[in-house]
Design a protein around this ligand. Structure first.
Ligand code: XIL
Length: 417
């Protein structure tokens, strides 16, 4: 803005007052549009970083989408909800689209929670992710009792109905969740695999593609990020699977790296991950970070120290992944420690709460927030397809009315970028 006015100041304006005013506005708009293609000046950037720029806006400047997973419980918390709407450009239903919620009885579908979240997302110009279709967890009890020979029909009906219900409204779906065995031996031999063979992956992707040809279809996996032998074998197994699917033209558009990170001795190093992401990118696949959080069980109790070490983990991880333009989206699994799944899944032995997310349990920004904003600001611009660019501009336009104060101005600048 200051640059724009400064440039205007040096232009000699001729003609009538009305013409001059019109010309000045045109120049201002053109200058802002011009600025939008470049990073902000150092001074402006610094002022934004220390004040109000949201994580979502910071990511958007580099063509990335920042989002968070949300639970029903968290959504009912008004303060949390305001923070969420201020910070994110995308929401993932933490549980609302899982099989046990969506099809609690065979053939009886319940989209109430998912629909409510989608309405909220649309009202605020945000996108919603689809999570998830084929997973061996959080399945309804009835699914365990049906004959294996019925599973193919059941899976097809489920995918057609759920993906069809949201057709044209979700940019991406985690179609296959956690398909790989932890020992690197290949596919996890769960019930779907046993009943349908490895083709269950092809079938699910094809059915999802038919139900919503515009949706980006992902395989979402955990345990791939660390610089450990266990993660290395899993990365190899995933690459083999991806190459096979691409070779056979199965409709797969990307991968989700869950990124449930562990701070501690195994953390902090991600150069092997950078190499892996390049290989995924070379296959023409999009990459999303779908469930980022930092488990701090291995860190000492002191909260301030933990916050610094957790922030350092976010820092090295984001530096690594955001160097790759195929990384389109970063989603944290929650936004505030008030609602992290880790407190039930992996509680600390000292009884203190996990400090895994950018905001603390009082909804205050922790050091991780500044680190994330900085990493988004320094990131290479993402490879954004034309279709996505149009969609983002439209949604940002719709949203701009709904956000108050300084954030609205900053987000509008985001639109011009
Ligand atoms: C978790 C939710 O956060 C919890 O609320 C639920 O009880 C269990 O599932 N990988 C995934 C997510 O793909 O769906 C999981 O979410 C976390 C691990």
């Amino acid at each position: 803005m200051e640059q724009a006015w400064a440039r205007l100041g040096s232009v000699h304006l001729a003609g009538t007052t009305a013409q001059r005013v019109l010309l000045a506005w045109c120049l201002l708009v053109l200058t802002l549009l011009g600025n939008s293609a470049w990073p902000l000046s150092g001074q402006t950037q610094q002022r934004l970083d220390i004040s109000v720029v949201s994580l979502g806006a910071a990511a958007q400047r580099r063509g990335r989408i920042y989002g968070a997973a949300v639970s029903q419980q968290a959504l009912e918390d008004r303060d949390f909800r305001s923070l969420l709407l201020q910070q994110v450009r995308s929401m993932t239903p933490e549980n609302a689209l899982k099989w046990e919620v969506v099809e609690p009885q065979r053939g009886h579908f319940d989209f109430r929670q998912g629909d409510a979240l989608l309405r909220l997302a649309k009202r605020h110009g945000l996108e919603m992710r689809g999570h998830t279709l084929v997973w061996e967890q959080q399945e309804p009890a009835w699914l365990q009792t049906v004959a294996s020979s019925d599973l193919r029909t059941i899976l097809k009906a489920h995918i057609e109905r759920v993906v069809g219900h949201y057709r044209g409204q979700l940019r991406s779906w985690d179609v296959i969740n956690e398909p790989l065995a932890d020992d690197g031996s290949g596919l996890r031999r769960h019930r779907w695999w046993r009943a349908l063979g490895p083709e269950y992956i092809d079938l699910a992707l094809e059915w999802a593609h038919q139900a919503d040809p515009g949706a980006r279809l992902l395989i979402n996996e955990y345990g791939l990020e660390a610089q450990t032998p266990a993660a290395a074998v899993k990365r190899r197994a995933l690459l083999a699977l991806l190459r096979d699917l691409r070779r056979r033209n199965v409709p797969l558009h990307g991968i989700g790296l869950q990124a449930h990170l562990q701070a501690g001795p195994d953390g902090g190093r991600y150069d092997e991950l950078v190499g892996f992401l390049k290989q995924v990118q070379a296959l023409g696949l999009e990459i999303q970070i779908t469930e980022l959080d930092v488990d701090d069980r291995q860190l000492p109790g002191d909260p301030a120290l933990r916050d610094r070490l957790v922030a350092a983990e976010y820092d090295s991880f984001l530096a690594a992944v955001l160097s790759n333009p195929a990384v389109r989206q970063v989603t944290t699994w929650g936004l505030s420690d008030r609602y992290t799944w880790l407190n039930s899944q992996s509680p600390r032995s000292d009884g203190r709460g996990q400090r895994a997310l950018p905001f603390d349990e009082a909804l205050r920004a922790k050091p991780a927030v500044a680190v994330m904003r900085e990493r988004f600001a320094k990131a290479a611009s993402a490879a954004v397809s034309r279709r996505d660019r149009v969609a983002t501009e439209q949604s940002t336009q719709e949203e701009s009315d709904g956000i108050e104060g300084a954030n609205a101005v900053l987000l509008q600048q985001g639109v011009l970028r």
